[in-house]
Design a protein around this ligand. Sequence first.
Ligand SMILES: [Zn+2]
Length: 63
Amino acid sequence: MNTKTTSVDCPNCKKAVAWTDENKSRPFCSKRCKLIDFGGWASEHNSIPGESVYPSIEDEYDQ
Ligand SMILES: [Zn+2]
């Protein structure tokens, strides 16, 4: 019976994952997929140069 178990697709590999308290990595199928996805997000986030964004906005307002 699957009526009590919600399943989701792993954001990383699209594998069906049971949404249970036992699955600490949900919605990912595994800790590995969680780390891969988070690592990708983190590196993408860090690649955005915040300090160079603000000066360009101030320049547009200043001129
Ligand atoms: Zn996965």
